[in-house]
Design a protein. Sequence first.
Length: 302
Amino acid sequence: MVPLIFDIKRYAINDGPGIRTTIFMKGCPLHCVWCHNPESWSPGRQKLYKQSKCIGCQTCVEVCPQQALLLTADGIVPTGNDCTLCGRCTDECPTKALEMCGREYADDELMAEIEKERVIMEDSGGGVTLCGGEPLMHGDYTLALLCELGRRGLHRTVDTTLYASAETVRAVAAECELLLVDLKLMDSDKHRRYTGVGNELILQNIRLLAGLTTPFWMRIPLIEGVNTDEENIELTARFLASLQRPLQVHLLPYHDVGRDKHCRMWSRYNPEAMPMAVPAEEVQQRCARQLQSYGLKVVIGG
């Protein structure tokens, strides 16, 4: 099955070395409370709504065959009737306040989009990054895409949680030049609370990756109230140091860009009101020092 792609980001500078084209695939086994791309959780198409663009014309309400939309004081909302995702509402919306998220790309169509930026990518030492969602959810497709990118001589990076089979991790690692690996929390129960899954498989695959030759960077979302405490950072530092491999660790301070996206999906950001905040500068620096004390190279930011 061909996965849906929900965005192609050009001139990306935080998804690996150089200037890159980042391909975002739908579908992720983790549902992180702070996720920047909650529209990536579902592998299927979705309808998104941006109230600030809505002029209240009710065109979408009138053309919907299922009567699945209603105009209220809060803008357009679902009525509860089953939506078939036919797309008529998004096609007819004059301001594009409604849009469909996720579409299939034919192989040649996707490559044509990527090739548009070849000169910029090559001149900057960049390339293509596969992101999501979780690209490893679509192992066969991701491998085929990586092979084609390699055939074309493009630098290949995969941004992943490593929540996949060891077989898939090995195969993908063999077909790319760099992996960006997310590590959220060391305590598995807490990891499950904030992401929906435990971390045992992730830690196991990080150890596996450390025994291979493919370079990888660790990326830690730094969230006050979640994982900035000294105990978690200490456990993280010990674990990464135990891999006995020179590592670059990126600390990514929290921001709540996912909040607006949840509004667009008619869902709620952080529905259990879990404590989450941007870590203060001194907290960021303390976390960096803890990790550096174990010989790790630390960068704050992408």
